[in-house]
Write a protein that binds this ligand. Structure first.
Ligand code: MG
Length: 451
């Protein structure tokens, strides 16, 4: 049985997220930690935040660990505070999920997302109910602190050329989706000398502005305001602000792989080195990194996996194409506000507009399809397909990735649905369509051959 999903423990308030369940999550985490440890706890703007937090905190205190409550804060700010002041951290957030959801995300003492094997240790305690309820005099201490967001903003400012950015007096439209970035991003921009025009920048856990996933269809207001005021750029975060998505000065929604490539290029250009990204990332990243003397290291899909690989290989940068970028000089986790500061620094140093830099990137076509496959067949299908494709140039970091000249295809079982996904990218649209068709047939044939 599992408690943690790919991004913490997620649930619906009033259904599985009850005070009883959540205090047991607190008890399990409390028993996993040594007595007297300091746990940093913070939350996003969801209506249920206080309920969820207080239930988890109760379990922690009853286990004899101390709690430092940082209040409302983006996930990367909670991670930053944990790295600097805590032995462990918890972010009460469901990231971009609808408002009726909430979540409990576990953070290791170094600020990184907790690795899977440690989550398993917590799950073991949870399912066996091996709590550690301490006596009345050993109950943990609770402390509410102010200033975690300020410390986080200062951390970001220490890693960019503030004077250079301030001189440009950028006009920036920011859409916080009524989420946790309301407490940080507008103020960070102000410190960077920008004229800030804010949308959905008041904390409201019903998410009245739009759904908190920063997809193009949810960012229509941002796109039109950027055009109306002739802004230099628009920026949107997801609910817990570990990701950043941009709109350029021409009012165009920029997909996350392009900003990832842009930042990767600038970092490698200055320092060389390794860039870590999942196997599903666009070729644009590899192209620009290689051209500038760097190297790309591919991992399985998942931000914590990217972060750990970055530590292992001493990478200079890493990230995902959903707008989640990791800057090792700051911290080993996705950080939306740090991404924004870096993009502004790149614009300030180059003197170019965001649209010009985006248009200068190589262009590729992408496509994603799915093929039904029952969960019990998935492993066998993957093994059989690997054998079938062994004469091609393949890579099996996550699923099967087939490499060609200026194209790749990735065939990967979904972790949550009874399907296989086929992702593809190529320089030419017709070539991409025919490749997707070819591997779709190979996959369907393999699925049919397994009883
Ligand atoms: Mg998020």
């Amino acid at each position: 049985m599992r408690l943690f999903g790919t991004n913490g423990i997620r649930g619906k308030v009033g259904e599985n997220f009850t005070p009883d369940f959540l205090s047991k999550v607190g008890l399990a985490i409390g028993a996993y930690l040594p007595r007297g440890n300091n746990v940093v706890v913070g939350m996003d703007t969801r209506v249920s935040g206080e309920m969820v937090k207080n239930a988890v905190v109760s379990g922690l205190l009853a286990s004899g660990v101390n709690v430092i409550d940082v209040g409302l804060a983006p996930t990367p700010a909670i991670q930053f505070y944990t790295k600097n002041h805590g032995d462990f951290g918890i972010a009460i957030t469901a990231s971009h999920n609808p408002p009726e959801f909430n979540g409990v995300k576990a953070i290791a003492g170094d600020g990184t997302e907790l690795p899977r094997e440690e989550e398993e240790r917590i799950e073991k305690i949870f399912f066996s109910k091996s709590w550690r309820i301490v006596s009345w005099k050993d109950v943990g201490k609770y402390q509410k602190i102010e200033g975690a967001n300020e410390e986080y903003i200062k951390g970001i400012l220490s890693h960019v050329d503030v004077e250079k950015i301030r001189k440009r007096k950028f006009v920036v439209v920011v859409d916080c989706a009524n989420g946790a970035s309301c407490f940080t991003t507008p103020y960070l921009l102000e410190r960077l000398g920008c004229r800030v025009i804010s949308l959905n920048c008041h904390s409201d856990g019903t998410f009245p502005g739009h759904e908190s996933e920063p997809k193009e269809e949810n960012l229509q207001d941002l796109i039109s305001v950027v055009g109306d005021v002739s802004a230099d750029l628009g920026i949107a975060h997801d609910g817990d602000a570990d990701r950043a998505i941009f709109v350029d000065d021409r009012g165009r929604f920029i997909s996350g792989d392009k900003t990832l490539a842009l930042v990767a290029r600038e970092i490698v250009k200055n320092k060389g080195g390794k860039v870590v990204t999942p196997v599903s990332t666009s070729l644009i990243v590899e192209k620009v990194v290689k051209e500038n003397g760097g190297e790309v290291v591919y991992t399985k899909v998942g931000a914590p996996i990217v972060a750990r690989k970055m530590i292992e290989v001493g990478a200079v940068f890493g990230g995902e194409e959903n707008g989640g970028m990791i800057f090792p000089e700051h911290q080993y986790c996705r950080d939306g506000a740090m991404t924004l500061a870096k993009i502004l620094e790149i614009m300030a140093k180059s003197g170019k507009k965001l649209s010009e830099m985006i248009d200068a990137l190589p262009r590729y076509y992408q496509k994603k399809i799915s093929v039904s496959c029952s969960d019990d067949k998935k492993v066998k299908v993957l093994e059989t397909l690997k054998e079938k494709l062994k004469d091609e140039k393949i890579d099996t970091v996550d699923g099967i990735k087939i490499w060609g000249e200026n194209w790749w295809i990735l065939i990967r079982p979904s972790g949550t649905e009874p399907i296989y996904r086929i992702y593809g990218e190529a320089r030419d649209k017709e070539i991409l369509d025919s490749l997707i068709e070819k591997y779709k047939r190979a996959l369907e044939g393999t699925i049919a051959s397994i009883s």
